[in-house]
Write a protein that binds this ligand. Structure first.
Ligand code: NAD
Ligand code: WQD
Length: 354
């Protein structure tokens, strides 16, 4: 059977997408250098999906439903070997560095990893006749938008090096598809992924102090930090705090399965927003999390964070009409599942036996 190559499959969105792919009958090969993830995530994906293969002895990797290769996309030789070893039908490309603040401090590391990784991947695809790729893009490519909801046709502009890597990386598979009419590309622009698998076995495991709102709120709820710093309450929004389109990571994962089916039937390149279409303010998120965890979450108002937009939420019409995809989970379920993950894994995957 042909396999789906998932780069960055041990990460937050990747591990949830691996689960969705396996549940939909796909066989997958995961490539990850574990620079921001743990192999335990994939062991837990196996548990969720009921995969107890003995990959060492009786089952050869080619027959396994989930194979993992610890490999850096910048290592062209190792990547070439993987493409030579398996019959890859399509690629889902998550592997990238993603921390906005770090990208400002280390822009070249971000350009090298994200751009070169994508180039190497497309090169191997070309060499091995693999014609389909789903690329993890981000609503960050819209920068500070002129208006909301944001459609795919909105002007693209970025406010930090990470965002520029996504902007530039979108162009690489786009031109890859332009060079061969049989190729197909889906650029998925995620809004703000949060939540965790309802089992509490996999979830987001940021290293160090989280940059994003939800992981920070979770640590305050768990008593690890004293309070949430709200970056500005003087935005032109109803309660003055920033508004975003938070989306459950399980919904996002399902969007990848839909995108894979779409590129199977279409050629060329198409960009899709993956968001719920609903915006929630920082204060509303804190309230929803208080409800989920049953305890007060202290906060203080601080300065605005440079580069932040007042509000951003998706026009998801295209994903609904063309992918047949729509988000199922609301904000309460996102907070419930995130809290469940936090409680079951107070230190993420660290120190867990599996
Ligand atoms: P993540 O850091 O949890 O996952 C990325 C994975 O890629 C990690 O497991 C990491 O070890 C791996 N990786 C990084 N560089 C690699 C390389 N050179 N070779 C092999 N593996 C490498 O991040 P995530 O939140 O799951 O994000 C997945 C993708 O979605 C990224 O491309 C990110 O830019 C994009 N995205 C994320 C968000 C978000 O808020 N989480 C929003 C929009 C877009
Ligand atoms: C959400 C809201 C903050 C933290 C980022 C990336 C984007 C994408 C998703 C990858 C904003 C406020 C935050 C805190 C706060 N990632 N906030 N206190 O900035 O919308 O998007 O993650 O592609 O590229 O830029 O998400 O979670 O950082 O912020 O008040 O401690 O919460 O100002 O209004 P953002 P976020």
């Amino acid at each position: 059977m042909h396999k789906i190559l998932v780069t960055g499959g041990a990460g937050f969105i990747g591990s949830h997408t691996c689960t969705a792919l396996l549940e939909n009958g796909y066989e997958i090969v995961v490539v990850d250098n574990l620079s921001n993830s743990s192999r335990k995530a994939l062991e837990r994906v196996r548990i969720i999906c009921g995969i107890n293969e003995d990959t060492g002895a009786s089952t050869s990797p080619a027959n396994s439903r989930l194979v993992f290769h610890e490999c850096d996309l910048l290592d062209q030789e190792a990547l070439a070997q993987i493409f030579a070893q398996y019959e890859i039908e399509a690629v889902i490309h998550f592997a990238a560095f993603k921390a906005v603040g770090e990208s400002v401090e280390k822009p070249l590391a971000y350009y090298r990893n994200n751009l070169q990784g994508t180039i190497n991947l497309c090169e191997q695809m070309a060499k091995h006749g693999v014609k389909k790729i789903v690329f993890s893009s981000s609503a960050t490519v819209y920068g500070v938008p002129d208006s909301v909801p944001i459609a795919e046709t909105a002007p693209l502009r970025c406010t930090n090096p990470y965002g520029w890597t996504k902007f530039m990386c979108e162009q690489i598979p786009r031109d890859f598809a332009n060079a061969d009419i049989a190729r197909s590309v889906a650029l998925l622009r995620y809004f703000n992924p949060i939540g965790a698998h309802p089992s509490g076995l996999i979830g987001e495991d940021p290293r160090g102090i989280p940059n994003n709102l939800l992981p920070y709120v979770l640590r305050v709820a768990a008593g690890q930090y004293p309070q949430v710093n709200i970056y500005g309450q003087d935005y032109p929004t109803p309660d003055g705090t920033g508004i975003r389109d938070y989306i459950h990571v399980v919904d996002l994962a399902a969007g990848h399965v839909s995108a894979l089916k779409y590129i199977d039937r279409h050629t060329g390149t198409e960009a899709f927003n993956l968001g719920t279409g609903n915006g929630y303010s920082v204060l509303e998120i804190i309230q929803a999390m208080e409800k989920a965890c049953g305890c007060p979450i202290p906060y203080q108002i601080t300065e605005r964070r440079p580069g932040d937009a007042a509000e951003g939420y998706a026009d998801n019409t295209l994903a609904r009409l063309k992918l047949g995809w729509i988000a199922q989970y609301g904000i309460d379920e996102m907070c419930r599942d995130a809290w469940n993950w936090q409680q079951k894994n107070p230190r993420g995957y660290e120190n867990a036996s599996v």
